[in-house]
Design a protein around this ligand. Structure first.
Ligand SMILES: NC(=O)c1ccc[n+]([C@@H]2O[C@H](COP(=O)([O-])OP(=O)(O)OC[C@H]3O[C@@H](n4cnc5c(N)ncnc54)[C@H](OP(=O)(O)O)[C@@H]3O)[C@@H](O)[C@H]2O)c1
Length: 266
């Protein structure tokens, strides 16, 4: 018995593909994916079609997952308005508000707006979701199950919070990958051979993430455990934690991304 009912996935890209993989691991009822570049044949439990017109007649999904780029919303969302009333829409599109999507899907469309992040590809994502008006508890539970298949899920009841969520966890993996890049570069500057520098930087970021995930301690406690008084790490942290360094820079970066998310909202 499939845990997940029939789903219509619109957009089989990085995020849509990661979600589908997670659902299939849990057991997915016969579902349909739409993408102009047809993904590989996925097995007898999936129908993949190039456009909305090719969705098999009579297919009645319980959820329509909108995983196209935000700039494709105007052209593609109205093609799915006919599912409004019978299905919940789960959108992972950045910047697309529930009100904006309702103008394309129908004024009464039940829409959950969520912001996942790319560690979804290894089921280690975090999605923060907002239930729009008219979403039933059953529909919310279904969206929770769909998002839980790619990592952790949290819900907010203020849609405005999706902007800072986008800045912190939506874009967050990019900041962590930048840290790996910069550690690698600094290691090379100190004379470490490039291959070793790359290995050290990658494994330090990945291992620290795994340690954080396995621990119930605050990040600050784990940081202090590495920091002996008058030692080498303390010297580095004095540079990084100066008032005008990381504390100010991270605040400014997140504020800038939050402001950009608000600018893009529509
Ligand atoms: N990547 C992230 O970090 C991240 C995080 C949170 C949320 N999101 C959101 O997730 C969504 C998808 O992002 P992504 O990174 O997965 O992008 P992506 O890899 O480009 O995936 C989008 C997919 O949708 C397809 N597509 C385009 N027009 C379509 C249409 N009319 N009908 C059906 N499919 C169509 C695209 O095909 P073509 O390639 O042929 O155009 C592509 O395969 C975006 O709205 C983004 O804001 C992304």
């Amino acid at each position: 018995m499939a845990e997940i009912p029939p789903i219509l996935l619109v957009g089989f890209g990085k995020m849509g593909g990661a979600m589908l993989a997670g659902w299939r691991e849990r057991g997915l009822a016969h579902s349909v994916a739409v993408d102009p570049v047809l993904p590989p044949v996925l097995g007898p439990d999936m129908t993949v079609v190039a456009d909305a017109a090719a969705i098999p007649p009579g297919f009645t999904p319980e959820a329509v997952v909108l995983a196209v780029k935000p700039q494709n919303a105007e052209a593609s969302l109205p093609l799915y308005a006919r599912f409004s009333g019978s299905a919940v829409f789960l959108s992972i599109m950045a910047g697309r508000t529930v009100a904006g999507m309702r103008t394309l899907l129908g004024e009464n469309a039940a829409i959950v707006r969520a912001m996942p992040n790319t560690p979804a590809a290894v089921r280690q994502g975090i999605s923060v979701a907002f239930p729009g008006p008219g979403v039933t508890m059953r529909q919310r539970d279904l969206c929770d199950t769909l998002l839980e298949a790619i990592g952790k899920v949290a819900w907010v009841d203020d849609e405005g919070l999706i902007d800072p969520v986008t800045a912190v966890s939506g874009g967050g993996p990019a900041y962590v990958f930048l840290l790996a890049e910069l550690l690698e570069r600094a290691a090379v500057e100190q004379g470490i051979p490039p291959d070793l520098a790359r290995l050290m930087a990658r494994q330090t970021v990945a291992g620290s993430g795994a340690l954080l995930a396995a621990s119930t301690e605050d990040a600050a406690v784990l940081r202090k455990a590495v920091t002996s008084p008058k030692g080498t790490t303390e010297r580095a942290l004095a540079v990084l934690m100066a008032d005008d360094a990381w504390p100010a820079l991270i605040s400014r970066a997140i504020a800038a991304a939050t402001a950009r998310s608000r600018e893009l909202a529509g």
